[in-house]
Design a binder for this molecule. Structure first.
Ligand code: FES
Length: 164
């Protein structure tokens, strides 16, 4: 997906009309519509918020409010893959801060940011529900247990192959 999908104008951008057509024109379907837009565009483009508001017959401010309330929704493009570093108690005690620091250095970004090439976004979470594997990093649906700073480079290399 080209970066120009910010304006939804590029022919290769996802079809917003098709996404909206899947959701009835009622505010009750607002979150579902935004989740679909997030999945298709990897963020909620400004123009999409305007179109959703018109489709649902609600103020743009309400769409903006929902789009900024949920952590799963983002107003800026997310990476093709999201790297989640668990900072819960079990992971923290077993070295998660060092793993996070290694990831920040390797990717050149802080949690909440996306790499320049759009390959990865970095996030921290409180518990991934796999404390026995602590410290845990999740790349999309793939868990990496017993992570160490030394394993960060090979993990990213493996995931980057699939991300491009
Ligand atoms: S604290 Fe990290 S998986 Fe539970």
């Amino acid at each position: 997906m080209p970066r120009s999908c910010d304006t939804l104008s590029a022919p290769s951008c996802p079809d917003l009309d098709a996404i909206l057509a899947r959701h009835p024109a009622h505010p009750r379907y607002l979150l579902a519509a935004l989740q679909d837009i997030q999945a298709a565009f990897r963020h909620i483009p400004r123009e999409a918020m305007v179109r959703v508001a018109a489709h649902m017959g609600i103020p743009e401010s309400r769409v903006y409010g929902v789009a900024t309330f949920y952590k799963a929704l983002s107003l800026v493009p997310k990476g093709r893959k999201t790297v989640k570093v668990c900072m819960g108690t079990a992971c923290h005690l077993r070295g998660a801060p060092g793993v996070l620091e290694a990831l920040e250095n390797a990717l050149g970004i802080a949690p909440g940011d996306t790499t320049e090439d759009g390959a990865f976004s970095l996030e921290t979470v409180n518990c991934l529900g796999a404390c026995a594997l602590a410290p845990v990093v999740m790349v999309e649906d793939t868990p990496y247990g017993a992570m160490t700073p030394a394993r960060v480079a090979s993990m990213l290399e493996k995931e980057r192959d699939h991300a491009v």
